[in-house]
Design a protein around this ligand. Structure first.
Ligand code: PMP
Ligand code: GLN
Length: 384
């Protein structure tokens, strides 16, 4: 393994999911739902397969049906207009969209500002692209993690090429506000930065609203907006994602994507096109279901003695283990938790460069059946 990648080891998700299987624990570590997405959408994939739609290499930018559905979705939800031919690119999940965007847009040595704690693929992909990551730490403040705009401004140097932004934010559950986003937009325009926005949790917002950065003045031309079907339709195994951006940026990202995967899951693309056109009631029900699950798990964790950062979005809740009186090492806590009570969680420290900042924090996922979450809470209450 080359020097760019050795520091990253195995992803925490694989490690913790293996531990869950090994110990027969409830897996609230890796974020994936235990109920598959809408049957009609899964049937649409079967129909596409049977009809021979997408069984051979689909077009490089993605099938026209899906590109149109993505453009319609951006218009319907956010009033953002994108040309499905020139301004939409289908990718193999948001993961490939992130990788291809960084590989396409970075010169070796370019600095990338990312909000810390950050999703683990960011650091690895920045490294693979030869970039240098510059973390800006979200800090806990009055029960939520917030972005310090002065720290963000101070992180920009003449070498900064882009900001990699994630809202709603994994693992903290923070949803950036209109004011915070406006400040990011202003900074990007002032310092001539590109922004990649990871919006995979766009539909999982319980408080406030998700506002795409691309909708702010001056941002449409400098933003690569990324999303995917995994979270919105509870189909994380399908790995269908997309970007929307200006023609120049889409062309750049496509140049990288063509040599990574060439194309992405043919028949699934047709089904995801149908999914994006589901009525608003689908999205409303998804949100209501997850809000109830958030309340169940966040409430249960608080009763079990954890410090709880109630998430405004995503399906993760970050907790502070210190009030439990079990020390402040989230890593050790997560490694011992399956033995202690049959539950798996993820230590937030892995999402930090400044590991000490994340040390006492642990993330639990609530995209699970109610009975599973109830049982997990019962087990966690036995910790004290
Ligand atoms: N970004 C964030 C913030 C995530 O949590 C995830 C998790 N799956 C991804 C990207 C990857 O999305 P996908 O499964 O569509 O590749
Ligand atoms: N996004 C999910 C999480 O944060 C899972 C990602 C993965 O397994 N790579 O848990």
């Amino acid at each position: 393994l080359n020097r760019r990648l050795t520091e990253f080891g195995t992803t925490i998700f694989a490690e913790m999911s293996a531990l869950a299987v090994q110990t027969g624990s409830i897996n609230l570590g890796q974020g994936f739902p235990d109920t598959d997405g809408p049957e009609e959408i899964r049937e649409a994939a079967v129909r596409a397969l049977r009809a021979g739609h997408g069984n051979q290499y689909p077009p490089g930018p993605g099938v026209p049906e899906l590109r149109s559905a993505v453009a319609e979705h951006q218009l319907r939800r956010y009033g953002l207009e994108y040309d499905p031919d020139a301004e939409v690119l289908v990718t193999t999940g948001a993961t490939e969209a992130i990788a291809a965007s960084l590989l396409a847009l970075l010169e070796p040595g370019d600095e990338v500002i990312a909000l810390e704690p950050y999703y683990d693929s960011y650091a690895a992909c920045i490294a693979m692209a030869g970039g240098t990551r510059v973390p800006v730490t979200l800090r806990p403040h009055e029960g939520a993690y917030r972005l310090d705009l002065d720290e963000l401004r101070a992180a920009v140097t003449p070498r900064t090429r882009l900001v990699l932004l994630n809202t709603p934010h994994n693992p903290t559950g923070t949803v950036l506000t209109r004011d915070e986003l406006a400040a990011v937009a202003e900074l990007a325009c002032e310092r001539d930065l590109l922004v990649i926005t990871d919006e995979v949790y766009e539909h999982l917002v319980f408080e406030g609203e998700h506002i795409p950065l691309a909708s702010f003045p001056g941002m449409r031309e400098r933003t690569v907006s990324i999303s995917s079907a995994g979270k919105t339709f509870s189909l994380t195994g399908w790995k269908i994602g997309w970007i929307t951006a200006s023609p120049a940026l889409v062309t750049a990202v496509r140049s990288a994507k063509q040599f990574l995967t060439y194309v992405s899951g043919g028949p699934f693309q047709y089904a995801v096109a149908e999914a994006l056109r589901l009525p608003d009631s689908y999205f409303d029900e998804l949100r209501a279901d997850l809000r109830a699950k958030r309340d169940l798990l966040a409430g249960g964790l608080a009763e079990a003695g954890f410090g709880v950062y109630r998430p405004a979005g995503t399906y993760f809740v970050t907790t502070d283990i210190r009030p439990l009186g079990a020390g402040d090492d989230g890593f050790a806590f997560c490694r011992a938790l399956p033995e202690r009570c049959g539950v798996v969680a993820v230590p937030n420290a892995v999402f930090y460069d400044h590991r000490e900042q994340g040390a006492p924090f642990v993330r639990f996922a609530f995209c699970k059946r109610t009975d599973v979450l109830t049982e997990a809470v019962t087990r966690l209450k036995g910790l004290r």
